[in-house]
Design a protein around this ligand. Structure first.
Ligand SMILES: C[S@@+](CC[C@H](N)C(=O)[O-])C[C@H]1O[C@@H](n2cnc3c(N)ncnc32)[C@H](O)[C@@H]1O
Length: 276
């Protein structure tokens, strides 16, 4: 036990040194501009600067193709992280539009305020101390009870990218109901998931599948039974039921490459829905 603990500490230490050197290289070589976070601060997914930038580009191209957004749109981004998908939006949303990000990890909110809001004052970020087993295990607010701090009918688009893939069923259901409430009539919900259906289920054992999900008795799938929020998948039928319970009407599902599909839109499955 003692040796294992020591080994993990050394591993963590080596990882930090590696990331520091990488960040120094990205900075000195001019590859990383000052508004892009260093890799060591990317707590929310990307493993490198290239990953961060590529993921932003792929998102932006799908977002524009699917939604055809106007520059004056009002967007709510649930779980804005360290701004991977916010930065590309600064090129789209003009001063007549507005972006609100809510995030449970304070470091992400601080970075985004300092490096994004300072340049784009209509991009705002709020910290909310919500519990999440993987991201904020000391959080005080339960996600299944959280009320979004916005008025009814405020947003053209509500998005959550790789967020419901870290949330348990009651919380996802609450967030869908809250999204419905804050969307304007006709507004769009752009949320990503890992969806289990006949096709993805068949692929779970493939070598190109990136998420080895196992079913739990609690109505979802996970890759980590100790901390399920590390990665959560839902049966597609379950997600469809959640949407009809929250009155959001699904218009299309764009399947992702996560399970090794050769034809895909982005990495995760995108569910596009609207407020009836
Ligand atoms: C994989 S990261 C994705 C971050 C960002 N959306 C992106 O795509 O770059 C998941 C994010 O969801 C946030 N998160 C987890 N549970 C949340 C909750 N209940 N409410 C809001 N954000 C949450 C985490 O803190 C983390 O920043």
């Amino acid at each position: 036990m003692f040796i294992l603990k020591k080994f993990n500490t050394v591993k963590r230490f080596l990882k930090i040194i590696f990331l520091e050197i990488h960040d120094l290289y990205d900075c000195v070589s001019g590859k990383r501009k000052s508004h892009i976070p260093p890799t060591r601060l990317m707590f929310d997914g990307p493993a490198s600067l290239d990953d961060f930038l590529k993921s932003g580009d792929v998102f932006m191209s799908s977002f524009v193709q699917i939604l055809h957004p106007e520059p004056s749109i009002r967007v709510l981004d649930i779980g804005s992280g360290i701004g991977r998908h916010t930065l590309p939006l600064t090129k789209l949303i003009d001063s007549h539009g507005r972006y609100d990000g809510i995030e449970i990890v304070i470091a992400g909110v601080k970075w985004c305020r300092k490096h994004i809001s300072n340049r784009f004052p209509n991009f705002r970020f709020q910290h909310v101390d919500i519990y999440n087993g993987a991201y904020n295990p000391r959080g005080k607010i339960l996600p299944e009870e959280f009320v979004f701090p916005f008025e009814d009918n405020s947003f053209d688009i509500v998005m959550a990218l790789s967020v419901f893939t870290h949330m348990t069923p009651d919380s996802v259901q609450n967030y869908l109901k809250e999204s419905y409430r804050v969307l304007k009539p006709g507004g769009k919900a752009y949320f990503t998931y890992f969806l289990i259906n006949d096709d993805s289920k068949k692929r779970l054992g493939d070598q190109n599948n990136t998420q080895p999900f196992e079913q739990t008795p609690d109505g979802y799938w996970t890759t980590n039974h100790q901390i399920p929020e590390a990665a959560i998948a839902y049966d597609e039928d379950v997600v469809r039921r959640f949407y009809s319970d929250s009155n959001l009407k699904i218009s299309k599902i764009y399947y992702g490459s996560w399970c090794g599909r050769k034809k895909f839109t982005d990495y995760q499955d995108i569910v596009l829905a609207s407020k009836k």
